[in-house]
Design a protein around this ligand. Structure first.
Ligand SMILES: [Zn+2]
Ligand SMILES: [Zn+2]
Length: 148
């Protein structure tokens, strides 16, 4: 497929509380890492991993809230738990990769708006890696919705 679009097997996802969920049919997608300042603030993160999909491929359960972040774009989120779900323009919708079910393929085509990329990102590879302590998990009751 041309112009960076790749075929995708389809996937599901949703917000942390489960009030808003989506299903994306198989079809063309384009994965981009956006480092722009708007995506940083909208996600509370260093960057937004976005999977562009055809709007007609998305089926929603629950209704996302939207905020117009500019004259041409809207940010979708769950009004209950606050999870950022997508970036949308008149031309398309880009879903946040963190809301997708584990194992959903995501192959970034490129890094966008790198003029705003945080300086510490490259150092992450050198930081030590730790798994979550099972003893801590055993003491905590999660209110997060199931993935499916
Ligand atoms: Zn929610
Ligand atoms: Zn952005």
């Amino acid at each position: 497929m041309s112009d960076g679009w790749t075929d995708h097997p389809g996937f599901s996802g949703g917000c942390q509380c489960g009030a808003v969920r989506y299903r994306v049919a198989s079809g063309p997608t384009k994965a981009v890492i956006c480092h722009c300042r708007m995506c940083q603030r909208a996600t509370g993160n260093a960057f937004a991993p976005l999977l562009q999909v055809k709007p007609e491929a998305v089926t929603w359960t629950g209704t996302p809230s939207e905020w117009a972040s500019s004259s041409v774009a809207w940010r979708g989120f769950c009004r209950t738990c606050g999870t950022p779900l997508y970036f949308r323009t008149e031309d398309g919708i880009e879903l946040m990769a963190g809301t997708m079910a584990p194992g959903t393929p995501f192959e970034a085509q490129y890094n966008a708006s790198v003029e705003s990329r945080v300086g510490w990102l490259g150092a992450l590879h050198d930081a030590p890696s730790r798994t979550t302590d099972p003893a801590i998990l055993a003491e905590v009751e999660s209110y997060q919705s199931p993935e499916e």
